[in-house]
Design a protein around this ligand. Structure first.
Ligand code: HEM
Ligand code: HEM
Length: 186
């Protein structure tokens, strides 16, 4: 039987798929992506939609963060967050076309995930602060909110480009995998 190997060293027959992303990761991903898009598109109003879409994104990021410590193996930060040295080595290998495939997130994707989660959290939290008595109308908080929201507009396309490049490099549809939760085993 033909066997294949992934970065974790797991051997599997060709054609077989394995479950990688649990429902919380998948539903959370697409719901938060939609919520961020709705919050962005409604920043000029209605405030009710803008604020609640932002709160939804914030709640999912909070849940995902907890899940990163207590969730299944592939959802855990410990599975995909690597140190700077390993991440740079992976980036170099990727550029040279010899990066190993990861069944979970790869080290570059892992850092992008941390940056995205942090920036969505920063946007949502600063937005919430603007509704409190203490920070209502606060210019620094408004600036932080605008800056974090603008940063998202830069990070999201970068994230999508990363997903496309990795999909091409490893000949697999990562968007489909984020929908079905399954990837080819080897
Ligand atoms: C507001 C927009 C978005 C945000 C905040 C976001 C955030 C994230 C996060 C946090 C993850 C990690 C998933 C996890 O383990 O929980 C992730 C993974 C992923 N995202 Fe997004 N995402 C966004 C938009 C998109 C879009 C538009 C696409 C598709 C074109 C996409 C495709 C993916 C894929 C395929 C993965 C899995 C990557 C892998 O296989 O390692 N994302 N995203
Ligand atoms: C990820 C979620 C969010 C995104 C992407 C987002 C995005 C934005 C953007 C682009 C603006 C316009 C900034 C400008 O005028 O240049 C804005 C303004 C605003 N947002 Fe949000 N927002 C989010 C969450 C929230 C939340 C949760 C709240 C409050 C509950 C909120 C409250 C506000 C308020 C009060 C303003 C007007 C003040 C200002 O101009 O900074 N936002 N938001």
């Amino acid at each position: 039987m033909k066997a294949a190997v992934d970065a974790a060293g797991a051997h599997a027959p060709a054609g077989r798929t394995v479950r990688v992303w649990d429902p919380l990761v998948r539903i959370g991903h697409w719901t938060s992506a939609l919520a961020v898009a709705v919050a962005w598109l409604t920043h000029e109003g209605p405030a009710f939609v803008h604020d609640n879409a932002g709160y939804l994104a914030l709640a999912i990021v909070a849940l995902r963060t907890v899940w990163g410590f207590v969730g299944p193996e592939r959802a855990r930060f410990s599975d995909f967050v690597r140190g700077p040295r390993a991440t740079l080595a992976y980036a170099r290998a990727f550029l040279e076309g010899r990066a190993p495939r990861h069944l979970g997130h790869n080290p570059l994707g892992g850092w992008m995930i941390l940056v995205l989660l942090t920036t969505v959290a920063l946007t949502g939290l600063s937005g919430w602060l603007l509704t409190t008595d203490a920070f209502w109308g606060s210019e620094p908080v408004e600036r932080l909110h605008d800056l974090a929201a603008d940063l998202l507009l830069l990070l999201i396309p970068l994230h999508v480009v990363g997903v496309i490049l990795a999909s091409l490099r490893f000949r697999e549809n990562l968007v489909l995998a984020m929908l079905t939760g399954r990837k080819r085993a080897g």
